[in-house]
Design a protein around this ligand. Sequence first.
Ligand SMILES: [Zn+2]
Length: 395
Amino acid sequence: MRFRLYPSAAQRVLLLEQCGHARYVWNLGLEQRLMWRRWKGPTPGFNAQAAQLTAARAAQPWLACGSQIVQQQALRDLDRAWRNFFAGTHRRPKWRRAGQDEGLRIVGPQALRVRQDNRARSSVLVPKIGWVSFKVGRVLVDWKSYRITRDRAGHWHIAFAVIPDPIPAPCNGEVVGVDRGVTVAVALSTGQMSSPAGLRLKESERLLRLQRRLARARRGSNRRKKVKTLVGQMKARDGDRRKDWVEKTTTDLARRFDVIRVENLNVKAMTRSARGTVENPGRHVAQKAGLNRGILKSGWGQLVTRLEQKALGRVEKVTAAYTSQTCNACKHIASESRKSQAAFVCVACGHRANADVNAARNIAAGQAVTARGDPRVLARSVKREPQHARPPKVA
Ligand SMILES: [Zn+2]
């Protein structure tokens, strides 16, 4: 649950300072993890990094001024992001940049200190900052932590991490396959397709114009600052609509179907650089680059996470191989059947369908894989170094 936060001018300065600490710790921790080399052994995990943080706070007074919770939580968030990345559900943790990724997280008993001021406003006691007012839209219950962020438009937000209550199954015996498609964000085996609204055409045009203007504006000028804020506003709006769509879509699916099948695909493998290596040059580089953008933009990791929370125990991951090349009518597998991103025409029986919907139907009929994944992947990994032990190449 996300609300607008209204810090005073003095609090804004303090918040930004704390965000700076969190960013510093996050980037330092990320740098350590990316330095992994086979011959050097493992990079420090969360515990080792937390110990180093304690030492750093003792040596650096400016770091010790900040909240220990905030700094330690940055390391914990990084640890989580790193694990998600290797589990294949999320992208690689990014560097945090000033002005763009400003945020901090508070957990534990300290995160529970919230008071109601009046009907529309509440306040939260942020460690080392004081009571900060926020606008409440809904009743706040059962949160464990919160995250304060500043979007690119300069607005502050507070998001309380609430794991959504599981939605009871409709008990209608209905199974749905969900394909996280390319031309649309989500295609269902029922034939429905949906994508986050994103920016409207007029808004996209405006964003493009603003970005051009930004490129022309002189560095450090007031004009540049103004245009940058406007660009930030548009991007924040786009992000909000995307989040909204994820919530609506997952609630809808959990309400309508008993079993929800999704592809057990490895986002990491699919989004890994399409360029390949010297010995093994990548194929279809341009197409893959387009595909990558589609996957990453529609926020799959978040969608599946939410789905698993809302349809508790009712989400099944099925083997992903060939779902897009298999004819749902006759089961013939041929890459030539996939005429384009959007059209599927079976070379064996002539069955025609939307390519994403055809894939969703194959997923609906698919076999659930075990938590350890596709048996073929296991067979391969016996001979090779386990994939998860290899950190990504730094570009
Ligand atoms: Zn066919």
